[in-house]
Write a protein that binds this ligand. Structure first.
Ligand SMILES: O=C(O)CCC(=O)C(=O)O
Ligand SMILES: [Fe+2]
Length: 275
């Protein structure tokens, strides 16, 4: 059972942290599957590696020797039964049911993200658009320790209360934004007209919250919560597990025969969607 305090926190701040949401054993099962798949790809392609190499080393070797196959591997990670077993575990689904207050969930977008020095990824601040609903919860669970220093997901607590905010570039995927970049905001280098006064006031260094998480601790946040990330500065790879948990009765597509796509477009007015 999730405590009342956590639920209250989720509703008030737009997010909550659950320590040890994923167990050491579950993390191990994911890593061991990754290890086997990576070793298989390297062996089959005659790419030299040592059995004693860590999975991070194996991944970086593949990245260097065959970036295309690295991408194929990356795209396949979400299919791993170990990852899906964790996402669909009773503990996780039951907790997410409490959080979104519905016993009947759709689960979408379960995947692993990898961030490391040679593949400098980070996401500018954004709300979670282009999903199948405007009312759901997301889980972000690092499999390595993360904090402000290592680089991490960060959030703007309470920002969900404004609902959907349209601003410059909000009509495209966050990975294509050239604004709302967390590092720039932290260093006072983003002097941008976001074309929205509320957003301008929100995207400030003082509003950014970086969680301090151990492997398996999860941060769970809601659709309109502004969040982004900074590049990983740790030695190896930041592996993180993500998934969306959607109450089935908040999905316009299942009720509106005129809708051609399940995903809600970036241009939609998310505040007017009333399912
Ligand atoms: O892991 C990250 O950098 C953030 C992920 C995220 O917000 C997303 O995929 O929408
Ligand atoms: Fe996101």
């Amino acid at each position: 059972m999730l405590s009342k305090i956590k639920l209250q926190e989720f509703n008030e701040k737009g997010f909550t942290v659950i320590k040890n949401f994923i167990s050491k054993k579950q993390i191990k099962s994911i890593y061991s599957q990754i290890d086997e798949i990576l070793s298989f790809i390297l062996r089959k392609n005659n790419i030299t590696f040592k059995i004693s190499d860590t999975i991070d080393q194996k991944y970086l070797i593949l990245n260097k020797k065959n970036p295309v196959l690295k991408s194929h591997f990356y795209n396949s990670l979400k299919l791993m039964d170990s990852l899906n077993a964790v996402v669909f575990s009773k503990k996780i689904t039951n907790t997410m049911k409490e959080i979104v207050n519905n016993k009947n969930l759709f689960v979408l977008g379960q995947r692993l993200r990898l961030d490391h020095k040679e593949d400098h990824h980070h996401l500018p601040l954004h709300q979670e658009l282009n999903n199948i609903s405007n009312s759901f919860a997301l889980m972000w669970c690092p499999l390595v320790p993360v904090n402000k220093k290592t680089g991490s997901l960060c959030l703007i607590p309470g920002s969900h209360k404004y609902g959907h905010l349209k601003y410059k570039q909000s009509n495209k995927p966050a990975e294509h934004h050239t604004i709302g970049i967390v590092e720039k905001i932290l260093n006072g280098r983003e002097n941008e007209n976001y074309n929205n006064k509320i957003v301008k006031d929100l995207f400030k260094k003082k509003n950014l919250h970086f969680p301090n998480l151990n492997p398996g601790d999860a941060i769970i946040f809601t659709t309109f919560m502004f969040h982004g990330s900074t590049p990983y500065k740790g030695k190896n790879i930041r592996w993180s597990l993500l998934s969306s948990f959607i109450p089935y009765d908040k999905v316009p597509y299942i009720l509106d025969h005129k809708l051609k796509k399940m995903q809600i477009s970036y241009n939609a007015n998310y505040n007017k969607i009333n399912v």
